[in-house]
Design a protein around this ligand. Structure first.
Ligand code: ADP
Ligand code: MG
Length: 298
């Protein structure tokens, strides 16, 4: 596996605000990473640090296995971290050709990237006539002109209408399918769920979860249980292999599973221990519930 970016124990303080706390992340080639968290959780700050526009307080990051200086490495990175800004009275094509000229890229790339983002039929329209979604698509085309190793997007669908959101997500998936690594920040769970393979969940600068997206959602769920003697119930549950841990909530026991277990099999096992349940419900957290649970605890 090829490492594109490696972040180790990164910290950022703005005076009293500890915006990024010991964040670590390994970005491997070909995956789509999401940094997910509510507003103010440190997503943009983290992206700003690795793009060398925000100074870190402590910790480290290295691009491409540390084989090159940050400013050299950043030539292989395409990033959109602010609202797209182009010359309003120039056409889409002219704006991208200007970017090519500045960066020393062949003009032939303009056609290719406009086609990729679905703006070829509007290449001769002035930027000022574009909708927000089209502006964002043009920004993506621009960031891709030099065929970067990785594309970094900060809240790529913010402010867009549902159709615009859909188009951007499709484009991101298309770019990923062509093998470009992607890192995007979003406060939208369903966005990360729909486009990312890996996720880093942040709350108040802290990493709450890091791993595969399907890793969050593929747990086996849990049981809500109640009997007259909760101590006896907990003791019996602790002997059941499929149960990872138990917690007590409002007079009920929540038994979390690490392996599949059917309600009737659990009921039978407890009955054999002479436990009569007066409440038995199997639940499975959706990714959304888990995300809310992860991010709501203070
Ligand atoms: P997110 O992108 O997840 O919404 P940010 O990274 O923008 O979060 O911000 C994280 C925290 O750092 C917030 O509390 C924010 O107010 C603070 N912050 C960000 N930039 C600055 C800055 N330039 N000066 C002071 N505080 C900042
Ligand atoms: Mg932000």
């Amino acid at each position: 596996m090829e490492t594109i970016l490696s972040i180790e124990n990164l910290n950022k303080r703005f005076g009293p605000i500890h915006a990024v706390k010991n964040v670590s992340l390994e970005i491997q080639k070909g995956n789509v990473y999401g940094i997910l968290g509510p507003n103010g959780s440190g997503k943009s700050t983290t992206l700003g640090i690795v793009l060398n526009v925000v100074n870190k307080t402590s910790g480290n990051y290295s691009w491409f296995g540390g084989t090159m200086q940050t400013h050299e490495a950043l030539k292989k990175v395409g990033a959109i971290i602010e609202r797209p800004n182009f010359y309003p009275y120039m056409t889409a094509k002219e704006n991208l050709e200007l970017v090519c000229k500045i960066k020393g890229i062949a003009y032939t790339k303009v056609h290719e990237k406009l086609e990729l983002v679905g703006l070829l039929d509007r290449e001769n329209s002035k930027f000022s006539t574009f909708s927000l979604g089209m502006k964002q698509r043009l920004a993506i085309a621009s960031a891709l002109l030099n065929d970067p190793e990785i594309l970094i997007l900060d809240e790529p669908t913010n402010g867009l209408d549902p159709q615009g959101i859909h188009q951007i997500r499709d484009i991101i998936k298309m770019i990923a399918a062509e093998g470009t690594t992607i890192l995007l920040a979003s406060h939208l769970l369903d966005e990360v769920e729909k486009v990312c393979t890996h996720v880093l969940v942040l709350r108040k600068g802290e990493v709450l979860y890091s791993g595969r997206v399907d890793g969050i959602s593929s747990n086996e769920g849990f049981f809500e249980l109640q009997s007259d003697d909760l101590t006896q119930l907990k003791s019996a549950l602790s002997k059941i292999d499929a149960i990872e841990k138990c917690t007590e909530d409002n007079g009920k026991i929540l038994a979390y599973l690490k392996k599949p277990l059917e309600a009737k099999d659990l009921n039978r096992a407890l009955f054999e221990e002479k436990i009569i349940l007066n409440h038995l419900v199997k639940r499975k957290h959706s990714l959304e519930e888990q995300f809310l649970e992860l991010t709501s605890k203070s």
